[in-house]
Design a protein around this ligand. Structure first.
Ligand SMILES: Cc1cc2nc3c(=O)[nH]c(=O)nc-3n(C[C@H](O)[C@H](O)[C@H](O)COP(=O)(O)O)c2cc1C
Length: 426
């Protein structure tokens, strides 16, 4: 009897079926190839045409602690705002009559050919935002041939995603106090055939996210007097959360010593488990241990970019963690020119953060970046409509990049040049 009921109570346990579902939802993207946008059968999703539309939809669908966990940044959120505003400092100056037939959007990142120059940065706890979580993202990444970043604090295991996601995969890692945990993660990524590793270096302590205190955000979410009303007002999300597979952080939960509640809260985990005194020796050691394509995520200074080249990293992700860590720090796009002047051509340079439009990607590439990545552009879409939402966000982004390439008069991404940018006259 219990067996009969169990797929209904915890439907995510039926892994094969759900893997198929996530993939089918994202496969609506194929219809997009013939003209329709993915998600067009879902009336609400159909009204989303850009990141802000997905954000509004996510806000309606999620209990407020969860929405603000995605949306918020550290302290006064000045860096969060600047990350996107920075792109407005430079204007695109198009070339016309350039005989563009069909722009080529492909680019090589961390040893793999991608079909578009925008990819999924690793983000924690995706199953909190929509029950399809990592499966939904992986399916959309596969559909659009882009790189899927998986977080150490992900809600699907390295092993499961290694099998499920038939697309280039990057695993985001931290240096833990316990070196055996870090080594365990690296070994598992090798066995699961991940393509690349990205070491996050800007999170040795947790950022001060004041919105999370105000909304009563905990991990996993708990019914508190502050959050109760919001959960009750979002029965769809709450039922999925209560009756689907139990929340877990499978990459770390089985490893950390009994008695340590890794799910108590992410800030607690970061403050308790991460090695604060990480150094360049740790980075060099990890590059040797991994032995494959390797990115350092969270580099902002020219000096650190040079050190990344010296220790043999393949890429830097110019990033301030989406404004979630050090508020008042510079925006990736503002810092890009200085970094390219110092290390351009010696290492791949990825602009991570603030990207909301295809034109943002074009501006970064015109300056000389290899590619762009981001978190919120697909997380809002995941919350808005699961795999179908992410596929729709991906198609919109890819179409924008392609359309803008036509309008810029460029046949390939390599034809984007600094001369095609001019400082805005305010
Ligand atoms: C909800 C959320 C969770 C995140 N989790 C992680 C994480 O686990 N590891 C990590 O390196 N970065 C994490 N990030 C940062 C992203 O990888 C990326 O740097 C950031 O989202 C870029 O800014 P954008 O959201 O403006 O694109 C997270 C970001 C968000 C919004």
């Amino acid at each position: 009897m219990k067996q009969w009921f169990s797929p209904f109570l915890r439907p995510d346990r039926n892994t094969d079926r759900n893997n198929r579902l996530a993939r089918n939802n994202a496969t609506r993207a194929e219809r997009g190839e013939r003209g329709n946008l993915p998600g067009t059968k879902r009336p609400k999703l159909k009204k989303c045409y850009n990141t802000d539309d997905f954000r509004q939809r996510a806000k309606r669908k999620l209990p407020s602690p969860i929405f603000h966990y995605i949306d918020g940044g550290a302290d006064d959120e000045s860096t969060l705002r600047r990350n996107t505003e920075a792109f407005d400092q430079l204007d695109l100056v198009p070339r016309v009559l350039a005989g563009v037939e069909k722009p080529d959007l492909s680019v090589k990142v961390l040893g793999r050919e991608l079909k578009m120059p925008m990819f999924f940065s690793p983000t924690a706890m995706q199953r909190l935002f929509h029950y399809e979580g990592e499966r939904g993202i992986a399916a959309a990444a596969e559909q659009f041939g882009t790189l899927f970043g998986v977080s150490t604090l992900g809600t699907r295991s390295i092993e499961e995603l290694g099998q499920f996601a038939n697309t280039p995969k990057l695993f985001q890692i931290y240096i833990h106090k316990d070196p055996a945990l870090t080594t365990n993660l690296i070994e598992r990524c090798k066995a699961a055939k991940f393509d690349a590793l990205a070491l996050t270096v800007d999170t040795i302590v947790a950022g001060n996210r004041e919105r999370d205190y105000l909304t009563g955000m905990t991990t996993p979410p708990k019914l508190t007097p502050r959050s109760l009303l919001s959960f009750a007002a979002h029965p769809g999300w709450t039922c999925n959360y209560l009756f689907r597979e139990r929340f877990d952080l499978p990459n770390i939960s089985k490893f950390v010593a009994a008695g340590t509640n890794v799910k108590a809260s992410i800030p607690e985990y970061i403050n308790g488990q991460m090695k604060r005194s990480i150094s360049w020796d740790d980075v060099a050691g990890m590059i040797r241990e991994w032995g494959g394509p390797f990115a350092v995520k969270g580099v902002m200074s020219v000096e650190d970019a040079k050190r990344c080249v010296e220790v043999g990293a393949s890429a830097i992700m110019v990033s301030n963690h989406g404004g979630r860590q050090l508020d008042g720090s510079r925006a990736p796009f503002d810092q890009l020119q200085a970094i390219l002047d110092a290390v351009g051509g010696q290492i791949e340079v990825i602009v991570d953060g603030g990207v909301r439009r295809g034109t943002h990607v074009l501006k970064a590439l015109a300056l000389g970046a290899t590619a762009c990545s981001g978190g919120r552009w697909y997380l809002y879409a995941l919350a808005a409509g699961g795999a179908a939402g992410v596929a729709r966000a991906c198609k919109l982004m890819r179409d924008e990049i392609e359309r803008d390439m036509y309008l810029m008069g460029c046949n390939s991404l390599k034809e984007l040049k600094p001369e095609m940018l001019a400082r805005r006259i305010s």
